[in-house]
Design a protein around this ligand. Structure first.
Ligand SMILES: [Mg+2]
Length: 129
């Protein structure tokens, strides 16, 4: 867990800042920020994070498209991706998994303990170590 790098891809600035703050309280993570899927791919290509938290609905390139592109790469094919889905959109969850996301959590996030558990579980299984 210590020193792992997590990329937050979220277009809503408030949500992004809250996630950044919450993740900082969860562990000694290095945190990278992206505001759309294209940026997320560029940053991930450069910095090879250990896990990505990926909002699905983003401008320029959405989270589904970014995850599908990531899965085409040698380094990103098994990378843990936790999708942020819209609570009211049940189809989001299916579509997230179909696009190759590892897991999902509905927004707004009500229980950050659940997010922490998911992050810890997926980091343990991360191919990067
Ligand atoms: Mg969004």
């Amino acid at each position: 867990m210590e020193g792992k790098t997590i990329l937050i891809a979220e277009d809503n600035e408030d949500t992004r800042e809250i996630l950044l703050y919450r993740l900082k309280t969860m562990g000694n993570f290095q945190i990278l920020l992206a505001s759309n899927g294209k940026e997320a791919l560029e940053i991930a290509t450069q910095s090879k994070p250990d896990l990505i938290i990926m909002d699905l609905k983003m401008p320029v390139m959405d989270g589904w498209e970014a995850t599908m592109a990531l899965r085409q790469t040698a380094w990103g094919k098994d990378l843990p991706v936790i999708a942020l889905t819209a609570q009211a959109m049940e189809k989001d969850e299916e579509k997230a998994l179909a696009a190759g996301c590892t897991d999902y959590i509905p927004k707004p996030i009500m229980d950050y303990g659940i997010l922490k558990q998911k992050i810890e579980r997926h980091l343990k299984q991360s191919p990067v170590g």
